[in-house]
Write a protein that binds this ligand. Structure first.
Ligand SMILES: [Cu+2]
Length: 290
């Protein structure tokens, strides 16, 4: 670097400012990254980013219809964003490359009207309509559930109570969720203390768990694959560890799995003997749940 600077300043004594600029330009070309290396770097970066789209907690690796809808919307919006961004860059490049720097637009009002008003209105309205139409499919509104699970969140624990089609309780589990393969399950979500958020990224979107209120979310798992749920609302010091493995299994296997579950402790839901904020971290799951 010091050598480069010396060579540039040396130009001052030999050919004046113009010569200095030429020398500087020629020096820069010597250090330019080869085009092939640039392309390979971009390909490697994109590959690394795309390889991160899978995993037990990836919303871009859907295992059910609601998550697939969310992933499709995400890719659509990323594509639209990228296209608009590329268009702006092309227009900017063309403007900078114009030889006549003093040229004026003949009809600047047209550019503002079409580029500043009409184009954003059409793009944003299209995305809004798409998002509104898909919201029903994301939450499962209008779909008859095959089973019901009462979800109770607390610091820092998930409690699941399973009901059959008649509403009878058939079992419970703590910090571990069993999901019947191919069945639409209605989750009735609430909290005993602070606001939590029930989220299984590979099955669908988030739903807040709010004290004194029951929120409903319907999800279906179509793939028998390891996945993980996670609290998605900061709820205290143990929030990051408030996660649970999701076991997708045949419908017939569910009663046997529930029979193997240890009975919930006396202070676990639905009782509220452990005051909010003072309950010790009792999650049976840990970061290494799969
Ligand atoms: Cu939380």
């Amino acid at each position: 670097m010091a050598a480069r600077v010396d060579r540039v300043f040396a130009g001052l004594s030999t050919g004046g400012p113009r010569h200095v600029l030429c020398r500087a330009a020629s020096i820069d070309t010597q250090f330019r990254i080869p085009r092939r290396a640039s392309v390979l770097s971009v390909v490697a970066l994109v590959g690394a980013l795309l390889s991160a789209c899978t995993g037990p907690q990836s919303a871009l690796d859907p295992a059910g219809p609601a998550a697939a809808e969310i992933a499709r919307g995400w890719w659509l919006m990323v594509s639209a964003f990228t296209a608009v961004w590329a268009l702006v860059l092309v227009l900017l490049w063309r403007a900078l490359a114009r030889r006549d720097a003093d040229a004026r637009l003949r009809r600047p009002d047209r550019l503002i009207l079409w580029g500043g008003v009409a184009f954003p209105t059409v793009v944003l309205a299209a995305l809004l309509v798409y998002g509104s139409l898909t919201s029903a499919r994301v939450t499962g509104v209008g779909v008859e559930p095959d089973a019901v699970v009462d979800v109770t969140a607390r610091q820092w624990q998930w409690h699941f109570r399973y009901r059959d089609a008649d509403g009878q309780v058939i079992g419970e589990s703590v910090d571990e969720l069993a999901v019947p393969l191919g069945a639409m399950v209605e989750y009735r979500i609430t909290s005993e203390d602070v606001i939590h958020s029930f989220w299984i990224p590979r099955l669908g979107g988030k739903m807040d768990a709010i004290p004194g209120r029951v929120n409903t979310l319907r999800l279906r798992a179509d793939v028998r694959t390891p996945m993980r749920g996670q609290c998605a609302e900061f709820c205290g010091l143990e929030h990051a560890r408030m996660l649970f493995p999701v076991r997708v299994m045949d419908v017939d296997a569910l009663p046997g799995w529930l029979a193997e579950q240890p009975a919930p402790r006396a202070d676990e839901p639905p009782s509220a003997q452990a005051p909010a904020g003072r309950a010790p971290p009792r999650h049976r799951a840990s970061e290494n749940v799969l």
